[in-house]
Design a protein around this ligand. Structure first.
Ligand code: NAI
Length: 462
């Protein structure tokens, strides 16, 4: 039995970042992980492998659609799926090994196995019970099941199975037009699959700015993705190689069936807290299965904390990382803080979609007076030079004070561009502050400046 200042259960972005920060603050740390590799869902079967496939399939798309116009002639590349999966895996391996290296460097013990908490102050891994002054639960989430849909991870898959299909399917049905469905749907559409997305609501990507939702859907449609909106999936019936998906249209209750070689279930995720022993400990949970915490990420049981997907808030790796750092600082006697008003969201399709802060819809709901500054990438020279003139930047600012309240970007490198607005918001900047900041020419970021200018006297290139 070993004794630690902190034991973290789970080594995803929340857990491993928390462990490193704890070690940097001089605490004796261990991290429990039952997988063969560190990094959790994000590194092993989520954010990282999907980005590798998005990149590879985007390269193919560029070759097929834009090379000839740039004077790059020749046969388009064909897909060697086995090699693409090997490339994806090598990306994962480099990253998971990187975390193992950081653990060694920071003298963090990796307790291999699945952890449980027999009592406050103790963590059991296999037959060993370890002592910990503080326990931080960072066990993440798992795909939420859908009634009538039996996942076999071969024909009917979650994101995990979709990252290692035996072959590129001819027909793919995606259930749910959220982040996972659209990212992975894009991958397979670019690789030649006929992709149909079935969505319960009337708009894609719930919660996102309404104008972005519309433009985004139109762009994905142009890329060949078909949408069936306002449709509730009832069931799937699968054989070893094919499946039928039955859905009901909400407008008239009519029932329809579509065939698929692969069905991707992407209707949300739920906290993963199985086997931790939280019931017996009396740890309070919300109705939706999330661990309840106070503003210092502590549960109702003293010395037991929780962060990331297992607690309330957006299920995003970077939100978990921020909570991991803040919880580490809290247990080290410092003042951990997360600004939940400035957490960006990014969808890594092409073009990328990114947002931070309020939407026009949320501001209207709050009855707040605001102004909108918008700029199209059509007016951005750099974007036009690389076939990326579709999309726009929209900045929302307080009508009176000009303080930036939110930003929405659909276009090239949106996932990177959003961060200058995040930094501005962290400093309480006005749209004018952003507009007065010199931006290098020619860069995509000029579109952000132009949107900020549009909140004032107007953009230059529109
Ligand atoms: P989601 O919550 O983003 O979207 C699920 C969609 O499924 C919704 O549009 C919902 O209306 C629809 N739906 C629900 N039941 C349905 C039914 N019976 N028939 C048809 N449609 C139905 O969930 P998703 O995409 O599975 O992602 C899960 C979590 O993972 C999210 O919190 C997401 O933020 C996170 N994630 C984030 C990524 C990123 O930031 N790039 C990438 C992947 C996941």
């Amino acid at each position: 039995m070993a004794s630690y200042d902190v034991i973290i259960i789970g080594s995803g972005p929340g857990g491993y970042v928390c462990a490193i920060r704890c070690a940097q603050l001089g605490l004796k740390v261990a991290c429990v992980e039952g997988r063969d590799t560190l990094g959790g869902t994000c590194l092993n079967v989520g954010c990282i492998p999907s980005k590798a496939l998005l990149h590879a399939s985007h390269m193919l798309h560029e070759a097929e659609h834009n090379f000839a116009e740039m004077g790059l002639k020749g046969k388009s590349p064909s897909v060697d799926w086995k090699q693409m999966l090997a490339y994806k895996q090598s990306t994962v391996d480099t990253n998971t090994k990187g975390i193992e290296f950081l653990f060694k460097k920071n003298k963090i013990d990796w307790l291999k196995g699945w952890g449980s908490i027999p009592e406050a102050g103790k963590v059991k891994v296999g037959d060993d019970v370890h002592e910990a002054k503080n326990i931080i639960i960072a066990t993440g989430s798992e795909p939420a099941p859908l009634k009538g849909v039996d996942v076999d991870e071969k024909v009917v898959v979650t994101s995990t199975g979709a990252l290692e299909l035996g072959k590129v399917p001819k027909k793919m049905v995606v259930i749910g037009a959220g982040v996972i469905g659209l990212e992975l749907g894009s991958v397979y559409a670019r690789l030649g699959s006929e992709v149909t997305v079935i969505e319960f609501l009337d708009a894609i990507t719930p919660g996102m700015d309404g104008e972005v939702q519309k433009v985004f859907k139109r762009m994905l449609g142009k890329q060949g993705i078909k949408f069936i909106m306002g449709a509730a999936v009832q069931k799937t019936e699968a054989t070893k190689t094919k499946a039928k998906v039955t859905y009901k249209l909400r407008k008239d209750d009519s029932e329809h069936v579509v065939d698929a070689d692969t069905v991707l279930l992407a209707t949300g995720r739920k906290p993963y807290t199985d086997g931790l022993g939280l019931d017996a400990l009396g740890v309070e949970m919300s109705e939706r299965g999330m661990i309840k915490t106070d503003e210092h990420w502590q549960t109702n049981v003293k010395g037991i904390y929780a962060i990331g997907d297992a607690i309330a808030g957006p299920m995003l790796a970077h939100k978990a990382e921020d909570e991991g750092m803040a919880a580490a600082e809290t247990v080290a006697g410092k003042h951990g803080h997360v600004n939940y008003g400035v957490i960006p969201g990014v969808i890594y399709t092409h073009p990328e979609v990114a947002n931070v802060g309020e939407t026009e819809e949320s501001l209207k709901e709050q009855g707040r007076a605001f102004k909108v500054g918008k700029f199209s990438f059509m007016g951005n020279a750099r974007a036009k030079a690389v076939f990326a003139g579709d999309g726009f930047v929209k900045i929302l600012a307080d009508k009176e004070t000009d303080r930036i309240l939110g930003a929405h970007i659909i276009g090239p490198a949106a996932g990177d561009l959003i961060h200058e607005v995040c930094v501005a918001m962290e400093f309480g900047a006005s749209a004018q502050d952003l507009a007065m900041t010199c931006h290098a020419h020619p860069t995509y970021s000029e579109a952000v400046r132009e949107a900020a200018l549009a909140c004032g006297d107007g953009p230059i290139h529109m």
